[in-house]
Design a protein around this ligand. Structure first.
Ligand SMILES: Nc1nc2c([nH]c(=O)n2[C@H]2C[C@H](O)[C@@H](COP(=O)(O)OP(=O)(O)OP(=O)(O)O)O2)c(=O)[nH]1
Ligand SMILES: [Mg+2]
Length: 129
């Protein structure tokens, strides 16, 4: 089982950051909440701060647990752990993605997400005011 942390990052207007996995990566072409594999002994929040700096060169502040989703991609069992986070600083520079968008929860339907993310997308749509 692989533990992966994903960040639902908000800007000051309450928009959410999503990114498209670039060709050559698993789930290439699908949208996700950025993050990555949790290292041995690492806290999910620390993983997210590290991954967002590595993958996008931005500083974020995770502030609340959002949810967990277990998903099987063939023989690979992924445990995706989501946190809400605030965007703090930095200009986005893509490393593992080929596109990113700041979107409202209404816009979520326009994007095809990685299968493990669909639960979180639905939770965000239902919590939208
Ligand atoms: N970060 C992230 N990974 C996701 C999401 N949904 C989803 O199915 N995954 C899958 C894709 C990958 O198979 C797996 C690991 O994520 P990852 O590729 O971002 O891991 P990583 O940043 O550590 O990168 P790498 O070492 O695998 O190159 O989790 C998501 O919302 N965010
Ligand atoms: Mg990643």
């Amino acid at each position: 089982m692989i533990e992966v942390a994903a960040a639902i990052i908000e800007d000051e207007q309450g928009r959410i950051l999503i990114a498209r996995r670039k060709p050559g990566k698993s789930q290439a072409g699908l949208w996700e909440f950025p993050g990555g594999k949790i290292e041995q002994g690492e806290l999910a929040e620390d993983c997210l701060r590290r991954e967002l700096m590595e993958e996008m060169q931005i500083n974020i502040a995770p502030y609340a647990y959002f949810g967990v989703n277990d998903h099987h991609y063939g023989a690979t069992h992924i445990r995706l752990i989501a946190y809400r986070a605030r965007y703090m600083s930095g200009q986005i520079a893509l490393v593992d993605h080929d596109e990113y968008r700041w979107i409202t929860t209404c816009d979520l339907t326009e994007f095809t997400f990685a299968p493990a993310d669909v639960k979180f997308v639905e939770m965000l749509q239902h919590s939208a005011s």
